[in-house]
Write a protein that binds this ligand. Structure first.
Ligand code: NAD
Ligand code: ZN
Ligand code: ZN
Length: 354
């Protein structure tokens, strides 16, 4: 089969590799119908994730059809159309038993396209298939479903639920890439009074407005603190979310929240950020961090299937699987291409090589 293989920092190619097979009784093999690229894949290619070794097939998001199952697989059958989650779960360790699948101690967690071969391929071996896939409801398209593999649960669990968004809250979201936009979509489920989207890129702020942000602030030009002060009588936001992964934006999230408010960090950080305890000890803040667990994926699937959540606008570009190299190039240049999520499909019916 063909797959997108990592060959060390900066090097990737769409090439012939061995077909995956059932290695453990709990495995399934899935024919990949639709797959996407994550910002994390760009971090891997940038050499930031040294656990990913040369030769690894990348990718941790897919929708596909089960073609083989191991003898121990009980709830997934050949022919099932499934979402392959970015997080695998052994189902029995102490973390999995409390729904914290991201912290799995039994060989799961974020492994696909990281520690084992991933989804950017014609076929993928999915470990712990019973606990790591979700049936796609009838009538839900690949396009709507694919973003439920990673970015929607990440934004919802680590941003909206950890942030404790309540009706009538003023919510400030710093960074409106795919994760920040997914946070806007899912924060709206709780009817905040205002969502303030903050970014440096006007193209991303335009998308934030389309996704439902009430106020957009280019923090390169305007002061978000002033905008939020006007909305909150000078108090600060009830909830701030950091969806960039930079020290300065984490510090800004802490600065923009009101006393008693919540700061939900979603960003992946590579450098230390300063926590100004001398200023905030008195403010009764709740600050959370987290890797996505995907415990909320079934809820999000219900919301999409019932038409309460429209995820399709997240997909901005479409390619055939064998156009993977071009798709990476388009995804890596969002300022020029306005890419949010790119979709690659086996049928390859829809082309978009802008
Ligand atoms: N916690 C998790 O489990 C998890 C899972 C997936 C991704 N993430 C992380 O979430 C973050 C966002 O992901 P993404 O895919 O949306 O990334 P992205 O790079 O597409 O988007 C980041 C956005 O931040 C903006 N930005 C950059 N510097 C800024 C600044 N100083 N002020 C305001 N905005 C600024 C950029 O213009 C961009 O729109 C990343 O750090 C990613 O690694 C976390
Ligand atoms: Zn991802
Ligand atoms: Zn586990």
């Amino acid at each position: 089969m063909k797959a997108l293989v990592y060959h060390g920092p900066g090097k990737r190619s769409w090439e012939e590799v061995a077909d995956p097979t059932i290695e453990k009784p709990t495995d399934a093999v899935v024919w990949v119908d639709a797959v996407t690229i994550c910002g994390t894949d760009l971090h891997i290619l940038g050499g930031d994730v040294p656990d990913v070794t040369p030769g690894r097939v990348l990718g941790h998001e897919a929708v596909g059809t089960v073609t083989a199952i191991g003898a121990g697989v009980q709830t997934v059958a050949v022919g099932d159309r499934v979402l392959v989650s970015c997080i695998s779960s052994c189902g029995s360790c102490r973390y999995c038993r409390q729904g914290s699948y991201g912290q799995c101690l039994g060989g799961g967690g974020w492994i696909l396209g990281h520690l084992v071969d991933g989804t950017q391929a014609e076929y993928v071996r999915v470990p712990f298939a019973d606990n790591s896939t979700h049936m796609v409801p009838y009538g839900v398209s690949d396009e709507q479903m694919i973003v439920l593999a990673d970015i929607l649960p990440t934004a919802y669990e680590v941003g909206v639920l950890n942030g404790g968004v309540q009706p009538a809250d003023v919510v400030a979201i710093i960074g409106t890439g795919p994760i920040g936009l997914a946070a806007i979509l899912t924060a709206k489920l709780f009817s905040p009074s205002h969502i303030v989207a903050i970014d440096l890129a006007d193209s991303r702020l335009k998308a934030a407005h389309e996704f439902g942000a009430d106020v957009v602030v280019n923090s390169g030009a305007d002061d978000p603190a002033k905008v939020i002060a006007e909305l909150t009588g000078g108090l600060g936001a009830d909830v701030t979310m950091e969806a960039v992964g930079r020290p300065e934006t984490f510090e800004q999230a802490v600065q923009l929240v009101r006393p008693g408010g919540h700061v939900a960090n979603i960003g992946v950080h590579g450098e230390p950020a300063t926590l100004r305890l001398e200023d905030i000890w008195i403010k009764n803040l709740t600050i959370t961090t987290g890797l996505v667990d995907t415990f909320a994926t079934p809820t999000l699937i219900e919301l999409v299937a019932s038409g309460r959540l429209d995820t399709a606008p997240m997909i901005t570009h479409r390619f055939a699987l064998d156009e993977f190299e071009t798709a990476y190039d388009v995804f890596a240049r969002p300022a020029e291409t306005a890419a949010l999520k790119v979709l690659l499909t086996a049928s390859g019916l829809q082309h978009d090589s802008k």
